[in-house]
Structure formats: structure tokens, C-alpha cells
Ligand binder design. Structure first.
Ligand code: SF4
Length: 402
């Protein structure tokens, strides 16, 4: 299992003290929170509400940026990855989902293992991670994924596999229960790890409140199941990410309690590497009552995440969802990771994302540098870090003639 605070300065608490003192002039309303941050005391729901309602967003961002800078300096992490979504066929129909299709839909697809490996082959020279999540296919069981991971690792041993959300793990278990071969989720996870799975993505957490889940993703795994499956993953040595889908029907208190539930599990296992908060994108979904989130609310939520999640090392600005422009700003609001080169992605783009997919490492590094940070390439499990020097741009903006 990776160190709980992978890649951060061991002196981050004294760095933070110095940064907070140097900046000074903090609003009185934030003094209690600042004292807790200096002693690494976990913030409460009430603290979170203070941050959400604080009238000066820039100040909340500056506080989150101080914590992020104390831990990581100006480093911003990225990786070279590709998203391959193995199937869009799903037995569920979450109301926020624009991706899933019924098995008989004209545009339903399910990649065979050979197709999957062949597709990855188009990108394998340029990536060290494949990120794969998909629908809950009615026929695929644990053996299918074992074969998929074995053949992937055999063909491309340098590519890490970050795949299958908690509900996909649960579905694989149910498939086997249906076939009367008792196989609990922890055994599923161990078998998949043995077959080559590197880590779990965090998708499917949505909001860890079963009243919200009943409205937006009825039938999906419960809050307790999401946390249990991630705990089991950590126990078998699979690190994972965790996420939060916000801007549907949840309250601020439910968002904050969601973060605290993740923080409490992290205190037991240290297996979460990264928290990925992303707003609901409404295109082609069935959730007309969703609140949606503005750009400033996205930035504030990223800042609040950084301040509440004091034991989850990385906060990701998921550019596939929030777009490159907001992701750049998020690097000044507490985020330290911007995901990867990606190159191919379906789930967010079907829901309305316009994030470009054509970034190579140098374009991504330039985006990071424009945000005032230093690009550092990381591996999937945040155990190796390589500073990246972006080539000078070939075109510079010209000054207008006087
Ligand atoms: S979010 Fe996942 S589980 Fe829900 S309908 Fe979409 S693909 Fe299926």
C-alpha cells in the first residue's frame, strides 16, 4: 500500500504555518478553521458550511492553495493515460448517466478481450496507464475481467490497469452468486489483482447518502457497499481513488458528510490516493431537477475538499469533466493533480464535456505551467515522480506595434 501522503513534503505542517503567517490578514470568520489546519485537526461539517458560505471565494481558495503548496510546493501531477470504456451495455439506468445503453440499442457495444487489447495497442506506445470503466454487462463475470487483465498485462507489461468501479465489482459478484458459485467481493478483488489489476478508480461514489442515491442512481451499490468494497480493495493491496458527483439534488451538508465518510475510511486504511470531485453534466440525462454547479461553485468545492480531506493526499482537477480552463484555475484552489493525457473518453463527453482529447504531454505540461505550477509526471500509484520539462512553444503571442 502506498504511503498515505504520497509525494508530499514531510515538513508540510511547518510549511503551512509559515505560509499562513506570511499571508496574514485572514478574515475573523476563518480564524477557528485556520487554527485547526495548523494542527492538522479534521474540519467538521459546520466548518465546511462556513467555507461554503464565506463571501470571499478568493480567500477560501487562498487557504486551500496554502495547504496544497505546503504539501506539494508548486508541483502539479499528471500522467500519460488513455480511457477505454469496455462496454456501454448496462443493466442499470442511473438518471445522471448519458453513457449507458440497453443491450438492444443500435449504438450498444461490448468489446471482446481481443478488441480491447487491440484498441489499447493504438495508444500503448504513449501511455503507462489504461483507465477502464463501463456498464454492468449482463453476461460478463469475473473470469471475463481476469482474461482481459491477463492479456493486457501480457501484451503491454508497462501499462498499469486502473479499472472497475465499486458497482462493477459488486455486479461481478452478483453474476457469480446467480451462477451459484459463492464469490464475495473481496475474493473478486483478490482474483482481479492476481490477474493484473493495479488499482481501482473512484467512480460511482456519487453522494454517499442513500436518500440521494435513491433519486439519482436507484439500484446502484449503497453508500455502505461503496465504502466496504473500497476498504476490501485496500485490504488486498489495491489502492483506489474516490470521487464525488455534485450538483444533482444533494444539500451542502450531504456533500460535506460524504467527504467525512471518505476521510473516516482513509483513517483506517490509508488506501485512497486521490479525491476527484466533479460536477454533474446534464446533456442526454434524465435529471431535470438537478441544481447544476457554476464555475465558482466547482472551484469552491475543490477548495473545500482540500481543506476537509486532510488525510487524502491528492485532489484532482478532473479536466475531462470541468474542462481545461476551470482545471487550470483549480490548480490555484487546492488541486494538485490534473489527470492525464487521456486521448479517448466517452462517459463525460456524452454528458456534455468539451474537454480536448488531443493533449500530448507537452501540451498538458504547458497548461500546468500557465497555471503557475511545475509539471511532474507520476505513475498510477503515485510512487514515482518525474519533473517534466515542456519544450518551448513554437509560437509566441506578439506585442502590438506601438
Ligand atoms: S452510471 Fe454506471 S451503473 Fe449507472 S447506468 Fe451508467 S453505466 Fe450503468
Amino acid at each position: 500500500m502506498p504511503q498515505p501522503l504520497a509525494g508530499e513534503s514531510p515538513e508540510w505542517l511547518s510549511n503551512l504555518d509559515a505560509l499562513l503567517e506570511r499571508q496574514g490578514g485572514w478574515s475573523t470568520a476563518l480564524h477557528g478553521i485556520i487554527t485547526k489546519l495548523k494542527f492538522n485537526t479534521p474540519l467538521t461539517v459546520e466548518d465546511g458550511l462556513t467555507l461554503y458560505h464565506h463571501p470571499n471565494l478568493s480567500e477560501v481558495g487562498a487557504l486551500a492553495n496554502a495547504v496544497r503548496t505546503a504539501r506539494f510546493g508548486r508541483q502539479a501531477f499528471f500522467n500519460s493515460n488513455v480511457h477505454i470504456n469496455q462496454t456501454n451495455v448496462c443493466v442499470l439506468a442511473c438518471r445522471f448517466c448519458a453513457f449507458r445503453r440497453g443491450p438492444k440499442a443500435k449504438d450498444a457495444y461490448a468489446m471482446s478481450v481481443a478488441d480491447y487489447v487491440e484498441d489499447l495497442g493504438k495508444y500503448a506506445h504513449a501511455v503507462d496507464e489504461v483507465h477502464s470503466v463501463g456498464g454492468l454487462h449482463p453476461e460478463w463475470d469475473v473470469s471475463h475481467y481476469e482474461q482481459m487483465f491477463r492479456e493486457t498485462r501480457s501484451a503491454y507489461p508497462h501499462v498499469s490497469i486502473k479499472a472497475l468501479t465499486a458497482v462493477e465489482i459488486k455486479h461481478v459478484e452478483i453474476k457469480h452468486l446467480g451462477q451459484r458459485s459463492q464469490i464475495p467481493t473481496k475474493t473478486v478483488l483478490q482474483r482481479l489483482k492476481d490477474a493484473g489489476l493495479t488499482s481501482l478508480p473512484g467512480g460511482g461514489a456519487e453522494i454517499l447518502d442513500d436518500d440521494v442515491r435513491a433519486i439519482i442512481c436507484n439500484g446502484k451499490e449503497s453508500s455502505e457497499e461503496y465504502l466496504r468494497i473500497h476498504q476490501e480493495a485496500h485490504e488486498v493491496g489495491l489502492p483506489s481513488n474516490c470521487t464525488m458527483l455534485f450538483g444533482t439534488v444533494e444539500t451542502l451538508e450531504q456533500r460535506l458528510q460524504h467527504m467525512i465518510s471518505l476521510r473516516e475510511l482513509q483513517a483506517k486504511t490509508s488506501g485512497f490516493q486521490c479525491f476527484v470531485p466533479y460536477p454533474f453534466l446534464p446533456d442526454h440525462t434524465r435529471l431535470p431537477e438537478a441544481q447544476l454547479a457554476s464555475g465558482t461553485e466547482i472551484l469552491r468545492t475543490i477548495a473545500v475538499s482540500r481543506l476537509l480531506l486532510n488525510n487524502i493526499p491528492h485532489i484532482k482537477a478532473y479536466r475531462m469533466n470541468i474542462g481545461d480552463h476551470v482545471a487550470e484555475l483549480a490548480l490555484q484552489y487546492g488541486a494538485d493533480d490534473i489527470d492525464g493525457t487521456v486521448q479517448k473518453e466517452s462517459i463525460m463527453h456524452l454528458a456534455g464535456s468539451t474537454a480536448p482529447l488531443d493533449h500530448d504531454r507537452s501540451r498538458l505540461a504547458r497548461l500546468i505551467r500557465d497555471a503557475g505550477c511545475e509539471p511532474v509526471q507520476r505513475n498510477t500509484v503515485y510512487s514515482t515522480f518525474t519533473p517534466y520539462t515542456a519544450p518551448e512553444p513554437t509560437h509566441r503571442r506578439l506585442r502590438m506595434a506601438q
